[in-house]
Design a protein around this ligand. Sequence first.
Ligand code: HEM
Length: 471
Amino acid sequence: MNSAFDAIPRYTPPYPERPPRRLPALRALLQFGQDALKPFEVGTFSRPFTRRRILGRELVILNHPEWVREAFVKRHEVLQRKTPQMRQALEPLLGDGLFVSDGPLWKARRALVSPLVSGRHLDRFLPIMLETAREWRALWRQHPADRPIDVLNEMGTLTAEIISRAIFGQRAGREQTDQIVRNFAHYQRQIEQTAVAEMLNLPGWIPRFHGRGIRRPIQRIHAVVDHIIDAQLKPSGQASAAPDGCPVGAMIDQLFTKAEGPDASLDRRAVRNEAIVLFMAGHETTANTLAWAFFLLSQAPWARAALARELERIPPERELAVTDLDALIYTRAVIEETLRLYPPVPILGRTATADTEIGGERIRQGSLVLVVPWLLHRNPELWERPDDFLPERFLPGAERPSKYQYAPFSVGPRVCPGLAFGLNEAVLCLAVLARAFDWELAPGAKVFPSTRLTLRPGDRLPMLLRERANP
Ligand code: HEM
């Protein structure tokens, strides 16, 4: 069959080998412990509905747009609770923050936090993103061309700095953002075993290997965020009037004045939990997306050339401006395709809090229900050349996938509130940096997907940068 994409060269970026058949439960669990994407056998990519029992717990995987809609929109009330694995993994860091809460608490916090990052404030966010990306460009210009730079870490510090300025109204600085990035990576490495303990349904009193290993990264992340919150508070411990252009000032104000109980320390904890959610959810995902985009482009010269042609249409004597955003069509397609191939949150897991039904199939209370963008985005029944890097599928004129087929930001009431923020941030940062540099993978560097809490291109992404003659 002829396809509109036949003329486009083929590049299939790396993915974990897929077992040809379903693995026995224990092996699947062990593989899951090594890397959450490893146990999915070939058949799960095209099967719309998978049900299996693992050590007494029922697991359901929904891999069809209609079931995704039904689960996350229609059955939101009974399927809004995160999995015990996710809660165990994140609670030590985020407490009861929005990302892991459910029920009335989630509803109240969502109403408070979501407006802070909403796309309605893009007019204020976009110039901050541009300015910060230009500062990273200036730093990269000072970097020796023959010494690799770790693009994964660079994207982490860049996006953490953007969150700090856009949401918290403060410059964090390289040292602080580096603390956040390194300690969150460390934290993710430490919690791997916890996931397996949870999947094995071990009783709560059995230690989860957390202990000392995660204490230090948590302390360091908390220290940075506390510093930021303190700067928002008056010496009396009361929220200052929300400084102009600082949405979190407003949140702190609201939490302090509308908090449920008289216990001020609880209010302080609640503020910190939500601040950490914003910091973590808001920077690591975009950083991974950008790092993957740099990697994919380094392997696909035709895509790099198409990107360069688009960026060269901006007159070289002027800076890229917010008003150029609409014209960055190919740049956006690269980001969207990156999010398809390597969704930063590759598994969206929920616990059924009551008996329910999806697609006519009965789901019992306590079952784990998974929507797995990693499978959905590579389902051969839904996508042409599903494992290939093909930004062209997101260009105007190509058929747009439905939001239940392409869900890197999830869907329904728990959809990512930072969708517009993250997407536009990735487009602008890529454009600013790709206008100024060519890049290639450092010799000997191996890149392979690694999934802990998020899907990352390993622990480092060493690249060699060369300044472009005519940006
Ligand atoms: C490319 C960038 C991003 C991606 C791919 C992404 C993806 C996601 C996904 C999939 C979820 C839902 C997780 C689940 O239901 O299990 C989520 C939730 C969330 N995201 Fe994002 N995100 C991105 C950027 C951002 C940014 C920039 C912010 C803030 C500025 C943000 C804030 C949040 C928050 C607060 C939640 C929790 C929402 C809730 O549970 O109600 N995200 N994100």
